[in-house]
Every structure is written in structure tokens, then in C-alpha cells.
Design a protein around this ligand. Sequence first.
Ligand SMILES: NC(=O)c1ccc[n+]([C@@H]2O[C@H](COP(=O)([O-])OP(=O)(O)OC[C@H]3O[C@@H](n4cnc5c(N)ncnc54)[C@H](OP(=O)(O)O)[C@@H]3O)[C@@H](O)[C@H]2O)c1
Length: 241
Amino acid sequence: MTDLVAITGASSGLGLALARSVPFPAHVVDISRSGPPEDSGIAHFPADLSDPGDWGGVGDELHRLIVENDARRSVLIHAAGTLTPIGFAGEVDSIAYTSNVLLNSAAGQVLGHRFLAALAGRVGSHDLVMISSGAASSVYAGWSSYGAGKAALDQWVRNVGAEQKERGGVRISAVAPGVLATAMQTEIRSAATRDFPEIDRFHDLHEHGDLIDPDVAARQIWAAIEGGIETGSVIDIRRLS
Ligand SMILES: NC(=O)c1ccc[n+]([C@@H]2O[C@H](COP(=O)([O-])OP(=O)(O)OC[C@H]3O[C@@H](n4cnc5c(N)ncnc54)[C@H](OP(=O)(O)O)[C@@H]3O)[C@@H](O)[C@H]2O)c1
């Protein structure tokens, strides 16, 4: 029996920080395109989660890992996400926009469904955590499909949380981590004002040292998970601290 932690987007940023700070002994696997650093001890399952053709293989791998490890404690954290393409709907590249919708909105729902299906009938303590964002409820011109994707995940968590209270018993939550010092923020600061009119606010946060270290956010998120987030909850980690 080995506990299992699977994290999408653990090749960098918050996902990598979460993978590095798992607070119990576990088999830890990243699901991303590029993979974690080689010396990290984190396993890698390669997948482009903006490609629906890759979702079935990821679902099969989650099932295989749960069965082979006979996992009594398992956690899936969906941290993969993208702002690309920053810009206005109707103006940005259509292929990039479609990839954004598929990754931010759809992939988490389908992988969440596959994780729950893999856990059906298994005893133990299991968590499914969607990494959300303040952009799920605040309006940002230039981030339309990103914000819509996070709002979709939040509502999925509320609905599936209600289902798991009926039967299943997997804890389901969405956690917004705050504004983090990661590659995503670097991308924001490199946007054109025309594509992202609120850019000055993010330059200010950076210049004033107000970005949160992803290692700090990861520790807070694990503390919340280990403390037992009520199933179906959508929370902002800054309000818990
Ligand atoms: N940074 C912030 O201020 C902030 C604020 C609120 C919420 N968040 C959320 O926190 C999460 C992590 O973001 P971050 O700031 O750590 O960004 P990041 O450093 O850019 O990391 C993004 C991660 O997502 C993965 N990813 C992107 N596209 C993918 C694809 N098509 N298929 C598979 N994996 C993909 C990347 O892996 P590969 O490139 O290797 O595929 C990478 O591991 C995201 O869900 C983001 O929305 C961030």
C-alpha cells in the first residue's frame, strides 16, 4: 500500500511547489508536457491537457496508479492552467484560444470524473482539489477564457461536492492561491496594455514585492487539505491564513 499524489502542472510554479511539499510519504506524479526537474524524485506522466486525445490516457494512468499502489490515501490536484493567449476574444489566435478553453475549463472536469471513477468502491481518504483563481469571479479584460474556465471548475466543485456528500465520500474543493511569483505572472507583465488593460496593477504588485512565494502558498494549501476542507467548498487560501 502506497499513498498517491497526482498533480497536473507540477513541472513548474505552484504545481511543482505542491509536489515538493507533500506532507506524507507518497508516490508523487506530475502530469504535464515538460515534466518536473530530473533530480526532484517526482514521477512524470507526459500529457498535453489542452488535447482531449490525451485525457483518456491520463484517466487510465490514474486508475492504474490507484490500483497498483492500492492507495488508501490519494490526492489529485489539478494545477495546470494557462493565460495564453492574453488578449480580447475576437482578436486573439483561434487555435490558442481553443487550447485555453480546453485546458482551463474542460480538462479538469474530465480528469476529475476519471479520478472519481477510478476510486469507486475503494475505502480510504481521498481528495480532489482544483486550483482556482480570483479571476473566477473578478472581471479582467484580456483573460476571458481563463476566468470562464476557473468559474467552470468552481461550479463543478460545488455540484460534484453535493454528489459526493450523497455517496462516494471523496473530498472535493477549489482553492484560489493568491497572486504568485511564477512564470504565469512573468507572462502577465510582458503583455501589451492593449491586450491586458489592467497590467499596471500587476507591475505594481511585482515592484512592491507583493507576489506570494509559491512554496508558501503550497504549504498553506497542504495545511488546508490535511485539515479537511469541507467537500464542495470554493475557498481563497489567503482568507484561511
Ligand atoms: N500565478 C498566479 O498568480 C496564479 C494566481 C491564481 C491562480 N493560479 C493558478 O495556479 C496554477 C499554477 O499556475 P502557475 O502560476 O504555477 O503557472 P506556471 O508556472 O506557468 O505553471 C503552469 C503549469 O501548467 C502546466 N500546463 C500548462 N499548459 C499545459 C498543457 N497544455 N498540458 C499540461 N500541462 C500544462 C505547465 O506544464 P508544462 O508547460 O510542462 O505542460 C506548468 O506545470 C494554475 O492553475 C493557475 O491558473 C496562478
